[in-house]
Write a new protein. Sequence first.
Length: 239
Amino acid sequence: MTEKILSEKNRVVRHSRLELIEHWAIAISGLILLATGIFELPVAKRYYIVTVPGLRWTADFITSLYLHYAAALVFTAAGIFHLAYHGMRGETGLLPKKGDLSASVTVIKSLFGFGQEPPMHKYLPEQRLAYAGMAWIIILLIVSGLIKTYKNLYAPDLSLAVVLTATWIHNICFVLFFLAFLAHMAAILLRPNWPMVRGIFTGKVRLDYARHRHALWIADLEKTKEPLIPDRDLRCGKV
């Protein structure tokens, strides 16, 4: 377990370096896949994207395709590693739990001033639901993408029905992935979620914030860890 309370610094380790690498590998390669997938359509010239400095290549289908394949390789490898690594370690904190849907409604209402948010574990219920939804989208993107790639590279005479089915699934999941990305960005813009942004880059969040919003998680950490150094920073009012 990499989670650790750093009382002297008013921080708690939320994500390990490996988890950060996983996150950014999937995020960056996913954005490249979105962009190159669009550029493979005849839109770069039509909407003058090629006139933007450094983006003349966007009108070249082959360049976009090769970049798409390269990003897909990273995206697929990171996704498989994520499932295998955390599965073998028995880490299930992000898997949906019974009652997450109703709890998500309560949390969302509290963000807009309706009611009070209950104490939470490391992950909010809507994060677990979003994770499950995104996982299915990614799995379908990878499988359908592999079928399309196999057809392009090795089997040009592959069944038309299979190719069309894979293409439709890939295109639909492309749209869903983009919408999920927008929803992810929108969630970050909500003020109560701002302190979590630090964790995306450093793996750490403020301890006082975690105690307030993720009290159940901090309580579990304090039960399993050795006695902590007094929170001198908190007594001095530092954040």
